[in-house]
Ligand binder design. Structure first.
Ligand code: SF4
Length: 488
């Protein structure tokens, strides 16, 4: 029988080849390196939104018995249930579950819960799949998206009514659904055909969602290529790519490059490092000892746990601080909050006590650290003056790179610390993020946010140590990079 699940349809609508690959070459799918998988799942946004319609019955999820989920849903409807969570249907070639299905005098209302803070266009198609699956079986009165209200600030108990917004999208869903019926049939044929579709890479590879077959579909590209060009708009990159401009040689010949892009291409083609000592010195002249190399880690979560926290607010929970004296002595300080408490006050107190009273505070891409300090100053009025006094002392280590004081052929159009460090210090295991358990800010964020759910104390200790090691490398990397610039 021709049936596609909602996720298969959404995948296929983004790119037919992705649907085909998922079916025929699943081994090519990239696996996310998220670490949160090892934690127990917390209360999901979907479960919390169920409280908007209390007293419902949950249809049990059975991955290998979808027919059972459909029949369970039918049984609940026949029993006169008015609220069903994860109600599951098959109809018009579509198999779909609905987060909340609720009945009133007007008929049945579909509610799909999203963790997003706005109603995205793609949600209409998503809900249209559900609508198609149900429409011949029930009288649908409305289709709605429940999403997160990022204006809500928690004080006391979580206010579910305030945390969520609801938008009725029935009209748009009905418009989309009629076309979708035909597309579903086509997608089914593509899924089952033996030949791999020939779709080329394009803007659709990252919109609406980043495709997990990117590595497979880009395997023909040389390294580096047109997609590495510094700050060239995606649209332009694909335009050049479709015109056959793929390599740096081709880019140099056929397109107008800006100053940074020219330097990027030339340093790579000639395998030389560009050094402009005047620009480096202009930066080093501004730096005052003792230098406080400083870096925050933050987490954000959809459901605020603490007073004065908004959904998805960046919450600083950790910092690393290397202090370099004029004598060359270097010391290290660090802070990692207890994951069960609001980290902000303890963190602000520790950083105010540990950052020296004088000298430069060096960050990499300082706007992030400065924004967090400004937010802390608003949240903690007692520390406002001291916190804000730190800001004029900030100096940004990205500056000499952005101003082209130093360009290494292996930067490949990126001035992130994760690109700069291995290029300036190749084969140095001490500076290799890949050797670490936690390798980037995203992993640190996910790990810390999930930590309160971890029961195993030994594992908790190990993970907290990994977080400390990761953040310490961020500021140690800055020490190494700055001193290398100073040597030059
Ligand atoms: S990477 Fe792009 S072309 Fe390849 S399957 Fe994904 S969306 Fe399609």
């Amino acid at each position: 029988m021709k049936v596609l699940s909602k996720s298969q349809i959404m995948r296929g609508l983004q790119c037919e080849k992705s649907l085909w690959l998922r079916t025929h070459k699943p081994e090519e799918q990239q696996v996310s390196n998220k670490v949160a998988g090892r934690f127990e799942q917390g209360t999901s946004i979907g479960e919390l939104a169920q409280q908007l319609f209390p007293g419902g019955t949950l249809v049990e999820f059975k991955n290998n018995n979808l027919a059972f989920m459909c029949s369970q849903t039918q049984a609940l409807i026949e029993q006169g249930q008015h609220t069903i969570y994860e109600a599951t249907f098959e109809g018009n070639g579509v198999f779909a579950s609905v987060d909340i299905l609720h009945k009133d005098d007007r008929g049945w209302h579909i509610y799909e819960v999203k963790g997003s803070t706005q109603v995205k266009k793609v949600f209409v198609k998503d809900s249209a799949c559900q609508y198609l699956a149900i429409k011949d079986q029930l009288n649908i009165a409305s289709v709605n998206i429940i999403y997160v209200n990022n204006k809500y600030t928690r004080f006391g108990d979580l206010d579910i009514q305030q945390l969520f917004c609801v938008k009725n999208i029935t009209e748009s869903v009905c418009d989309v659904a009629s076309n979708l019926l035909y597309q579903v049939d086509q997608l089914h044929n593509i899924k089952t055909q033996s030949k791999e579709p020939s779709n080329n890479i394009g803007l659709h590879c990252s919109s609406p969602y980043p495709c997990d077959f990117g590595k497979y579909c880009r395997r023909h590209l040389p390294k580096p290529n047109i997609f590495n060009l510094y700050r060239l708009k995606k649209e332009k990159k694909y335009q050049h790519y479709n015109n056959g401009v793929v390599t740096y040689q081709q880019a140099k010949k056929s397109i107008k490059l800006n100053k940074t892009q020219k330097l990027q291409v030339n340093t790579y083609l000639n395998q030389i490092t560009h050094i402009d000592r005047k620009k480096i010195q202009a930066f080093t002249n501004k730096v005052e000892f003792p230098i406080s190399y400083f870096d925050f880690e933050t987490f954000n979560e959809a459901i605020p746990r603490f007073n004065g926290q908004r959904p998805y607010q960046q919450m600083p929970f950790q910092y690393s601080l290397h202090i370099e004296e004029q004598s060359g002595d270097i010391s290290h300080k660090e802070f990692l909050a207890d994951e069960n408490y609001d980290p902000r006050q303890a963190l602000a107190e520790a950083m105010l006590a540990e950052i020296p009273q004088t000298g430069s505070i060096m960050a990499f891409n300082q706007s992030f650290e400065i924004s967090r300090i400004k937010e802390l100053a608003v949240f903690l009025p007692a520390y406002k003056t001291d916190l804000l006094a730190l800001i004029p002392r900030f100096i940004d280590l990205i500056e000499p790179f952005r101003k082209l004081g130093f360009y290494h052929p292996d930067f490949h159009g990126s001035f992130s610390i994760k690109s700069i460090l291995p290029a300036m210090f190749p084969n140095d295991p001490e500076l290799d993020y890949k050797q670490l358990e936690i390798q980037n800010g995203g992993m640190a964020m996910d790990t810390f946010a999930a930590l309160p759910r971890l029961k195993d104390q030994a594992q908790r200790k190990k993970i907290r140590e990994s977080l400390l090691v990761y953040c310490k490398l961020d500021t140690w990397a800055m020490v190494k990079i700055y001193n290398k610039l100073r040597e030059l």
